[in-house]
Design a protein around this ligand. Structure first.
Ligand SMILES: Nc1ncnc2c1ncn2[C@@H]1O[C@H](COP(=O)(O)OP(=O)(O)O)[C@@H](O)[C@H]1O
Ligand SMILES: [Mg+2]
Length: 247
């Protein structure tokens, strides 16, 4: 599913925390690609993502889903997973099965899908553990497996790999790349890890104080002459091998 934003703004009381009316007044997130949203803390990344996921309404502007205005009618087959995922006090298996249960899938089908996900995310050994008692990495993997269980068309991920061990990060990135290819899933991911952004994202959108300083192909960010983007890249101390190759 393609997602577009048109002149989005969000104001809390008197403070405008998102202002996409000048630069980037029309953002476009193409279907079947991985799109990164990056930028300093408080720059409006989560706000933008929650608006696109239909979790909060913009003060102005609209979001189009495959060209259809949808603020009041957000499609059902999109899913959002926050960096502090809300898992239920049930087993890991039941948490992953939940989106399938409410979609009335058969028991056999649920069993097959959940087993495959447990295997893919290497969490079979903890499938009977209470999801409220998992480590950060285990929760994130469970949350990602749950988000993917019903094969959504759009997946929003808010810092899914912060504070997670490198092996699990690799596993989660592989899961995203696989679905982008095989299912044409549109993935929009907020990350503070610039190396990760360059590894997996086709496009990047850079927010700063609620405005957008760049939105385009990932490799284009490197060529930006904007001093704030330049500083952000320098602070992230990238190795040469992290840089994206122009395709
Ligand atoms: N519910 C809210 N009420 C008031 N201010 C908010 C609310 N949610 C977010 N903000 C403010 O909006 C700004 C952008 O927040 P956020 O989108 O979470 O930034 P980011 O995800 O880039 O760190 C911040 O200054 C934050 O304090
Ligand atoms: Mg945030």
């Amino acid at each position: 599913m393609n997602i577009e934003t048109k002149n989005l703004t969000k104001t809390y009381k008197d403070t405008r925390v998102l202002n996409l009316t000048q630069e980037c007044n029309a953002l476009f997130f193409e279907s079947g690609k991985i799109h990164g949203i990056i930028g300093p803390n408080g720059s409006g990344k989560t706000t933008l993502m929650k608006i696109m996921a239909g979790l909060i309404s913009p003060s102005d502007g609209d979001v189009l889903y495959d060209g259809r205005p949808g603020i009041n009618d957000v499609p059902k087959d999109i899913t959002y997973s926050s960096h502090r995922p809300t898992l239920f006090s049930r087993t890991v298996f039941e948490n992953i099965a939940y989106p399938l249960k409410i979609r009335k899938r058969s028991k056999a089908e649920i069993h097959t899908i959940v087993s495959e996900l447990l295997d893919e995310f290497k969490i079979s050994a903890i499938q009977t553990h209470n999801a409220k008692k998992l480590s950060g990495g285990e929760s994130q993997k469970t949350a990602m497996a749950r988000a993917l269980s019903f094969s959504p068309k759009v997946l929003f991920l808010d810092e899914p790999t912060a504070n997670i061990d490198p092996k699990s990060v690799k596993l989660m990135e592989a899961a995203l790349l696989k679905r982008k290819k095989s299912q044409g899933l549109t993935i929009i991911i907020i990350t503070h890890n610039l190396s990760q952004a360059f590894r997996i994202c086709d496009t990047l959108t850079f927010l700063n104080q609620g405005t957008c300083l760049y939105s385009g192909p990932s490799h284009g960010l490197i060529e930006s002459v904007d001093p704030i983007i330049h500083d952000f890249i320098s602070f992230n101390l990238l190795k040469k091998s992290d840089f994206p190759i122009k395709s």
